[in-house]
Design a protein. Structure first.
Length: 387
């Protein structure tokens, strides 16, 4: 008897065509599921992604755009009024159902077994995909990537999560926060993530291109904003240079224009800016650095730390509880508050003791290879999907 191929729809407000952790998660989940299991995957989105760098052929599977974005602003206006939430959900569901029947999705011969939504209630699209799941008798799961107190935990978010069959949480902190907010604990599926960067890259060529040879390198990958600790790191860097004058800070990620004065006050030769690096450059930068530093206050998990671990690098993490859960202080990384003196002290400690840094990097790699793997991640997903 031939095993039936299960059908999964990965849904989100927009197709995962842009740079970012959630887009990488959606694409890699599709690749790993189809490569290891008898599962067909389709992507569905509520609105188009446009731009000169957008290439839909990069998606590992079929995709459908339901084009329900016409009334986003109206929906946002209603979302600020909790008493309107039932009306909002009904209206979004109606719009999605209408759009669904107007697309090729209406001609599907088989219905999906699962619709997996990546987003929160404030994405609005989740309520539409919930409606489609119920119409097709499919299981509905949510990957919200909650940043406690920042996004993903509003009343409209909880309204979506409560109606899902399963909600993925990447940490005990995220799970506990949602339970305290009123989510049924039985719906929660704990699931950490493996590295999604390109493996096995050599950073020596980048060091040559940067013209830094064997100088010590600290790498920052992330949005250049306060919550990620970007301005604190720039303030700390002057202190680091006082004890390690040859050190180089490598930066990559969007934003940062509001902190130009902090950066302009630093020696130009102490910084290399990669802009928004492509995946190949990102992996080589991870290979090239001596220490990875992201002193963020908010993370749902912190996938970049897992990626640094995969390259055997010690990490410096900020006060984000979700990351501190699994980055062991003094063993695989150092914990700091968003204070320039603390960040500088941690970097100076690791740059000044290469043996300790190497030991911590090796411990991080072992942790990643044991705990943060696709085998573990897929097992959690398949259980939540009921497949």
């Amino acid at each position: 008897m031939v095993e039936k191929t299960a059908s999964l729809v990965i849904s989100s407000r927009r197709l995962p065509l842009e740079t970012g952790g959630l887009a990488s998660y959606e694409k890699m989940l599709a690749v790993e599921l189809t490569g290891r299991h008898r599962i067909s995957v389709e992507f569905q989105a509520a609105e188009n992604v446009t731009g000169p760098d957008v290439d839909s052929s990069a998606l590992p599977g079929l995709f459908t755009v339901l084009d329900c974005s016409k009334d986003w602003k109206k929906w946002m206006h209603l979302a600020g009024r909790p008493f309107c939430h039932p009306l909002l959900q009904a209206w979004i569901g109606f719009r999605f159902e209408k759009a669904f029947h107007a697309t090729r999705a209406a001609d599907r011969k088989s219905r999906p077994d699962v619709i997996h939504f990546v987003g929160t209630g404030w994405d609005f699209a989740g309520f539409g995909f919930l409606r489609l799941a119920r119409l097709q008798c499919a299981r509905f799961t949510v990957w919200p990537a909650v940043h406690s107190g920042q996004w993903g935990d509003d009343r409209i978010d909880l309204r979506l999560y409560r109606q899902a069959d399963a909600v993925f949480c990447q940490s005990r902190h995220e799970a506990g926060h949602l339970v305290d907010a009123g989510l049924d604990a039985s719906k929660i599926v704990r699931c950490a993530l493996p590295p999604m960067c390109l493996p096995g890259r050599d950073g020596r060529l980048l060091r040559e291109q940067w013209g830094i040879g064997e100088r010590p390198v600290v790498l920052f990958l992330g949005r250049r904003e306060e919550s990620k600790g970007y301005p604190v790191l720039l303030q700390a860097w002057r202190r680091v240079l006082s004890t390690h004058p040859s050190a180089v800070l490598v930066l990559s990620g969007p934003g940062g224009s509001g902190y130009a004065a902090l950066r302009d006050g630093l020696p130009a030769d102490s910084i290399r800016d990669l802009g928004i690096a492509d995946e190949e450059t990102k992996a080589r930068a991870l290979s090239a650095c001596d220490v990875f530093c992201l002193p963020s206050a908010h993370e749902s998990f912190g996938i970049v730390f897992a990626e640094a671990f995969s390259y055997g690098k010690p990490v410096v993490c900020g006060p984000a509880p979700a990351s501190r859960e699994w980055i062991e202080e003094g063993a695989t990384g150092l914990h700091v508050d968003q204070d320039p003196r603390e960040v500088a002290g941690a970097l100076e400690a690791l740059l000044g003791d290469p043996c300790r840094a190497s030991f911590m990097g090796d411990a991080g790699r072992r942790y990643q290879q044991t705990n943060l793997t696709w085998e573990n991640t897929l097992a959690s997903h398949l259980a939540a999907f009921g497949l």
